[in-house]
Design a protein around this ligand. Structure first.
Ligand code: ZN
Ligand code: ZN
Length: 343
């Protein structure tokens, strides 16, 4: 089977490797669609995210869907032919945090495409059946792959716990920002301001229910004006850019909440301490998602969340480098570049 490995920054090479055999509790999945996420881009371009460094050739890709090809001897709830979305993280189920249900913060949790765990840019993968969510065939494989970012949006919204009358500001309208926006709207929030430098993404935000859009250069004034100088009740950072992180504390109201979802290149979050302290802000650092993928699938199936809007461009596996470059450039209206491993 084809396996695409990252050997170092910007160095993707196709390998021919044997198809794996599922263990008793695993299924073999033929991969269909894989979304290229900002975290994949960090590894692709920089060979690292913070202290996690690519030291041996790794397979990227964690926003994935596919078809069950075969199942291990103990698997009873999935069968060949089932369409699945893959949960990219494998919690240990034994630590204190797993036992309390906080699977996403299981220390050292293995995660697709994060060294040393191989991800989904390959023809087949074996994965525990419990981490493969069966999805209805009304969802396309691209949509099923987009359940991963949508689940992050739902989780961030759960943590933010907005009231319908809150003003929510979302910084960044990429795949995650637009997922957070949809989650917040689904939660009944009436006023959502989205700050985003790329015009096509601002338009997408308006289509998905943003009340108002602005840009990073005008966000502080616009949000102050929009809230009569009070500031946003909740600010959700979805870019990983230092300037946006800094803005969260400036944009939030007194006793407001800021949520940091984006992954920075530098492994530091810069705040103006004075803003954060004088306003006595509550900061929540969001670690992916926890138990929200199934809800994302239901909301998409019910037409309450739009997964298709995120999957804007498609590339065959051989052209993954082009998908990475397009995703990095944020040009041509791209939200998520999808690598179509098989049609
Ligand atoms: Zn992702
Ligand atoms: Zn654990």
């Amino acid at each position: 089977m084809r396996v695409l490995r990252l050997h170092g920054p910007m160095d993707l090479r196709m390998h021919d490797e044997p198809i794996p055999t599922p263990a008793a509790d695993e299924v073999l999945v033929r991969i269909k669609s894989v979304g290229i996420c900002a975290s994949d881009l960090h590894y692709y371009r920089e060979g690292r995210i913070g202290s996690t460094v690519v030291t041996s050739p790794i397979v990227l890709g964690h926003e994935a869907s596919g078809v069950v090809e075969s199942v291990g001897t103990e698997v009873t709830d999935l069968k060949p032919g089932d369409h699945v979305a893959l949960e990219p993280a494998k919690p240990c189920l034994k630590c204190e945090w797993c036992l309390k249900g906080h699977y996403n913060v299981c220390p050292g949790i293995p995660f697709f495409g994060t060294p040393p765990v191989d991800g989904c840019l390959r023809d087949y993968i074996t994965w525990p059946a419990r981490l493969c969510l069966k999805v209805g065939e009304s969802l396309t494989f691209d949509e099923a792959a987009m359940l991963e970012p949508l689940a992050i949006g739902l989780y961030a919204c759960d943590l933010a716990a907005p009231n319908p009358d809150d003003v929510v500001a979302i910084l960044g309208a990429g795949g995650i920002g637009l997922s957070v926006l949809q989650a917040v709207r689904t939660a009944g929030v009436k006023r959502v301001i989205v700050s985003e430098p790329v015009e096509a993404r601002r338009l997408a935000a308006l289509k998905l229910g943003a009340t108002q859009v602005t840009t990073p250069t005008t966000a502080e004034q616009d949000i102050a004006k929009f809230t009569n100088g009070r500031g946003a009740d909740i600010v959700i950072e979805c870019t990983g850019e230092d300037d946006a992180v800094r803005q969260t504390a400036r944009i939030a109201r007194v006793l407001g909440k800021i949520l940091i979802v984006g992954i920075p290149s530098s492994d530091t979050y810069p705040f103006d301490a004075s803003d954060a302290r004088r306003k006595q802000l509550t900061a929540i650092f969001v670690r992916r998602s926890n138990k929200t993928t199934e809800r994302a699938a239901e909301l998409v199936a019910q037409g309450k969340m739009d997964a298709a809007v995120l999957a804007t461009h498609r590339f065959p596996l051989e052209k993954t480098a082009e998908a990475m470059e397009l995703a990095f450039s944020k040009s041509d209206g791209v939200i998520r570049a999808i690598v179509v491993v098989s049609e």
